[in-house]
Ligand binder design. Structure first.
Ligand code: NDP
Ligand code: MG
Length: 377
């Protein structure tokens, strides 16, 4: 009996990679539901190829109405809770993925989570919902997949420290002054990964790694002092895991999201994948590691500080960043303004516990409004 999969955000970079993985695993999985935000043409092609029972588009316009596609934002929760779905791949970008993740977890599904913003804005709520609803969160993010692969089979008390790797992005060798004035094209030139625009900008600012530190804290239950980051430009080692006896395991591989996606579907098992590129240490070449240069990535420090404050501070950090990145991509602010905007929004924020959906959504909305004002003033 094959396992039913919903892909939320099937038209994006992770969504398309997930479909490539599933195309090689048709005997194990079947695609039950696909959703997109507004790319109706690609979604329609995917629907033709996969014939899922459910296809939904958030912003479908009039053209799709009645054409077999469900339209409107409620399609995300409908797909995530579809009775024939056992695994929900959440590949939506940004805060828009939160409610579908919560609904899937409440319905007892496995959520293969690429949408890290969900855990950053509402980590307590999401992990509690998983516990109460019987759902399970399995990371798709490569660093977190690496950690999970290293700790599977170990007891929680044996884990001492995580070291997540960061490529350092396209500005690793630049001066802070040059980075502040970087263009959209420059920020989108990621050295090792091909990804959606928002996460590519987050990788240039290292906000992505701050989000991942928070994601790791909620996934693996370690305090923030136990989640370190090292810059590793080759993106071959995805994470190191240190155990209480001092032993360190790492997971390595050429940068591809297909392996972490497959593992999120099959964890704790492994299944053969004929399409996976095999690792070759000689071809991988010299591997180097450097500390994070704080002056080059001010937003990373802001994210770590917000993480330590906890509660709605992390929600605020995420929302302010989402707004600032959008404005940067629209050409309305310069790159340096992203960190400045986040700093200004966090400065005025009084954090509270982020225990309920209402609190999280209110903090998110406030931060978005303040970020728009701060970015453009
Ligand atoms: P993309 O921008 O390529 O894709 C985003 C997907 O989400 C698209 O299918 C898009 O639909 C959909 N979407 C966007 N906004 C909404 C919304 N408001 N409501 C519903 N659906 C929406 O992003 P990526 O695939 O690169 O990233 C997706 C997530 O995975 C992010 O959280 C990212 O941080 C994470 N991630 C990505 C990695 C990567 O390698 N790309 C690696 C690790 C994590 P449409 O196409 O119609 O606009
Ligand atoms: Mg990652």
């Amino acid at each position: 009996m094959s396992v039913g999969v919903a892909i939320l955000g099937s038209t994006g970079s992770i969504g398309c990679s997930a479909l490539q993985v599933l195309a090689r695993q048709r005997e194990r999985f079947r695609v039950v539901a696909l959703t997109a935000h507004s790319n109706a043409d690609l979604l329609q092609r995917q629907a033709t190829d996969w014939a899922p029972g459910y296809v939904g588009i958030v912003n479908g316009g009039r053209r799709e109405a009645g054409g077999g596609m469900r339209t409107g934002p409620e399609c995300l929760v409908e797909a995530a809770t579809h009775p024939d779905v056992q695994i929900v791949v959440n590949a939506i970008v940004g805060a828009a993925g939160l409610e579908a993740t919560l609904a899937a977890l409440r319905a007892g599904k496995r959520v293969a989570l690429a949408n890290k913003e969900t855990l950053v804005m509402a980590g307590e709520l999401v992990t509690r919902t998983a516990r109460e609803g019987g759902g399970e969160i399995v990371p798709v993010d490569s660093e977190h997949s690496a950690v999970l692969q290293c700790i599977t089979g170990r007891r929680a008390g044996e884990l001492a420290r995580l070291i997540l790797t960061a490529s350092g992005g396209p500005f690793r060798t630049w001066t802070p002054e040059r980075v502040a004035g970087a263009t959209v094209d420059e920020a989108l030139r990621h050295p090792t990964w091909k990804m959606g625009k928002k996460i590519t900008v987050d990788s240039a600012s290292l906000v992505n790694k701050a989000l991942e530190v928070i994601e790791a804290h909620f996934l693996f239950g370690l305090p923030y002092e136990g989640v370190d980051v090292v810059v590793h430009p080759q993106s071959v080692v995805h994470a190191f895991v240190e155990f209480v006896d001092g032993s360190v395991l790492a997971q390595v591989g050429f940068p591809t999201m297909e392996l972490p996606i497959l593992y999120a579907l099959t964890h704790p098992d492994r299944v053969p994948d004929a399409g996976a590129r095999r690792f070759d240490p000689v071809a991988a070449g010299t591997l180097t590691f450097e500390p994070v240069a704080a002056g080059l990535y001010p937003a990373y420090g802001l994210g770590r500080a917000a993480a330590l404050v906890g509660g709605t501070a992390a929600t605020t950090f995420n929302a302010a960043n989402e707004v600032a990145v959008e404005l940067f991509l629209e050409g309305k602010i310069r790159f340096g303004r992203i960190a400045e905007t986040i700093a200004r929004v966090l400065e005025g924020h009084h954090a509270t516990a982020a225990a309920s959906l209402e609190t999280v959504l209110a903090a998110d909305a406030d931060a978005r409004r303040l970020a728009r004002e701060a970015a453009c003033s």
